[in-house]
Design a protein around this ligand. Structure first.
Ligand code: UDP
Ligand code: MG
Length: 309
């Protein structure tokens, strides 16, 4: 018998938890296999924690962890991973935007041998055009600078095999961005499509400020490309000013003399370029240092043979 873990981050969700619980319980019971639902209370200020305590008293499959303050959804998910014991671990939002009926489909894919099953939104109800547009643009950007194939229209709703969860929690870095890191670790991945519903109750817990923080944090976590901009700009400026100097010298040879002030332009650009390149050199070492500090595994073995003893 396998065991499943469901990780649910909750922040000021007193209106949704019970509705979620009533929806997920029959789905999990129907599977006829052991399971745990781990709620991670991310520093809620409403009645969330009391509701979780009540549920945990009446149902041993319900567990909860409660943060001392709001650390964010990503931190809540990773904490849930660290405390989970299932062979397949599913992360889901509490507001039922991610339909619980998709979980058995994800499990089916997992049983077929997939180690990462992403929930893919084929329709997103209740989201503004602005949100959909900016998240698409942002994904293109992050794919470009990280070189990772992060799938489109995929959020935190996914199933991970125990192997993948262990790989993620053993990565010592603090900057954690689930959508990017699940692509980074590799493994056999697939998707299950679903229609994203509107929130069942309450309002979104993601302010614009939180979204911006998540977006900038994930860029830094997944890519050191911005550190290369300085050197690239410096080299480009250097070539352009050199070309300008050569043109001026050729013109002088042809007895076309430019005013002294004109020579100032390539001189200043050249000086700036040198400074940019030197800064870029520092960044080469900064990049290396950052990668060392992140201390990601140099490779991840997903299977091996005859090494048992
Ligand atoms: N959440 C959290 N901490 C936060 C913000 C959100 O644990 O700081 C939880 C929230 O309770 C929900 C999930 O993360 O279960 C997704 O949040 P929400 O539905 O508000 O985001 P949206 O769907 O609007 O992007
Ligand atoms: Mg939501």
């Amino acid at each position: 018998m396998v065991k499943y873990s469901i990780i649910v981050p909750v922040y000021n969700e007193q209106d949704t938890i019970k509705i979620f619980y009533d929806a997920i319980t029959p789905v999990m019971k129907n599977l006829n296999e052991p399971y745990e639902v781990i709620f991670v209370n991310d520093g809620s200020m409403d009645n969330t924690l009391n509701i979780l305590k009540e549920l945990a008293l009446s149902d041993k499959n319900v567990k909860y962890l409660s943060f001392s303050r709001n650390f964010g959804q990503q931190a809540a998910i990773f904490c849930g991973y660290e405390h989970s014991s299932g062979e397949a671990v599913i992360t889901i939002d509490v507001d039922l935007q991610d339909p619980v009926e998709v979980i058995p489909e994800m499990i089916k894919k997992w049983k077929e041998g997939y180690e990462v099953v992403h929930g893919k939104r084929k329709k997103r109800k209740g989201e503004t055009f602005f949100k959909k547009f900016t998240s698409k643009l942002y994904l293109k950007f992050i794919q470009g600078i990280s070189g990772l194939k992060i799938p489109q229209n995929v959020g935190e709703f996914k199933l991970l095999d125990r192997k993948v969860v262990n790989t993620l929690i053993n990565m010592p870095e603090h900057g954690r961005y689930l959508r990017g890191l699940t692509s980074w670790v590799g493994f056999k991945q697939t998707e299950v499509e679903f229609v994203r519903n509107e929130r069942v109750a309450g309002t979104t817990k993601y302010s614009l400020k939180k979204l911006v923080k998540l977006a900038t944090g994930s860029v830094v976590t997944l890519s050191t490309w911005p550190l290369t901009i300085s050197a690239k700009l410096g080299l480009l400026g250097g070539f352009l000013s050199l070309a300008c100097f050569i043109t001026f010298i050729v013109l002088s040879c042809c007895k076309i003399f430019l005013p002294l002030a004109a020579w100032l332009f390539p001189t200043i650009t050249m000086l700036f370029s040198i400074s940019f390149v030197l800064n870029g050199l520092t960044n080469v070492y900064l990049r290396k240092t950052y990668e060392e500090v992140q201390n990601r595994p140099r490779s991840i073995v997903s299977e091996s043979g005859n090494f048992d003893d």
